[in-house]
Write a protein that binds this ligand. Sequence first.
Ligand SMILES: [Zn+2]
Length: 369
Amino acid sequence: MLKFDITHRDGLARTGIIHTPHGDIETPAFVGAATRATVKALTMKEMRELGSQAILANTYHLVLTPGPELIKEAGGLAEFCSWHGPTFTDSGGFQIFSIPDVKITEEGAKFKSHINGDKFEMTPESSMRAQWAIGADIHMAFDHLAKSENYEDMEKAMHRTHAWLERCVAEHQKLAKKSTPEQYLYAVVQGGDFNDLRAESARFCASQPVDGFGIGGVFVADGMAEMLQTVNNILPENKPRHLLGMGQEPIDLFVGAENGCDTFDCVAPTRMARNGSLYTLDGRINIKNAKFKHDFTPLMEDCDCELCQNYTKAYLHHLFRTDEITAKVLASIHNEHFVVKVVDNIRAAIKDGTFKDYKKTFLERYYSK
Ligand SMILES: [Zn+2]
C-alpha cells in the first residue's frame, strides 16, 4: 500500500506526506500538468526551481505517441522526461470521452487518434497495462466521465465507472506481481453534481483495495464544497485524495484543501500564461494590454520567480507583442509558481492553524475587482 502520513488536521483539511518510490510529496500540493511528459514551455529544471513537487502525465496522449512501450524502454516516465521525482498518470478517460465520435460500450471505448486517424480501443485492462508501462508512481483507474447534466446519464456512467474499477483493480494486481518498483492505483469517484450519486460512488470506491482516490468530473462552481464534504466524509481518512483537473481559479484550491483534498492538477495556469493571462495577488491581468507598455515594475513585487525577480511588465509586454517564445516561458514560470506557492501557503496555514485567516485575506484581495 502507498504510505501516507497525516501530520496536521483542521476540520476536513489536513497536511501530510505521500511517500512514493520517486520521493515524498508534502500535501496539500499542486501537481504540474505534464500531459505529454512535458509541462508546456517549461523544462523540468525550471519546474524544480519554481517549487513543483510532482507531475501528472496523460495516458491517452502518451498511448497515441510515443507509445507506452517506448517510455518503458527509456526506464519509465520519470527517467524519460528527466523529472526524477514523484509522478502521476491520469487514465485518459477525460480526454477520450471528449472525442466527438467516441464509441462507448461496457467493454471500453473505441476512438480515432486526433493525430492521424488511427483506430484505438481503451479498456480498463489496456489503460492499466499502458500506465504500468509508462511507469508513473500513481495511476488513475479508467473511468467514464459523462459530460451531461442528466441524472440518468450520470448514474449510468457512474455504474460503468464502478464496474471498470473492479476490472482495473484485478489487472493492476496481476501486473503488480510481475513488476518493480511498486506502482499505486487510485480509484476515481464520479457522480457529477448529484449528492446521492457522489456518496454512492465514494462508498463503492472506498470498498475497493486501492491506494488513494481521484475525485473527477465537472463541478458547478458553488456546489464543489458540499460535494467534496459528502465524498471526503465517506472516503477513508488514511488514504490520499487527488482533485482532478481543478485549479484554474485559486478559490478552487482553497475549497479543495479545506474540504480534505491533498493534491491538485490543472493545465489552466500554463495555458493562460501562454495567452498572456497572469496571476497576481490582485487578480488576473492580461500583460498584452496597452497599459503595461511603459510599466517598468515587476509583475509582483513579492514573487520570487524568475520573471518577477529579473524582468519588468514592460519587457514581458514587448515579448508578447512581438510573439517571442520567451514570453510563454517566463509567463508559464510565473503562473505555475503562483499556484504551487498558493498551495504551499495553504499547507503552512493548515499546519499553524491560520488557514481560515489566510483564505479570507487571499480571496478578498484576489477577487476584490
Ligand atoms: Zn512571479
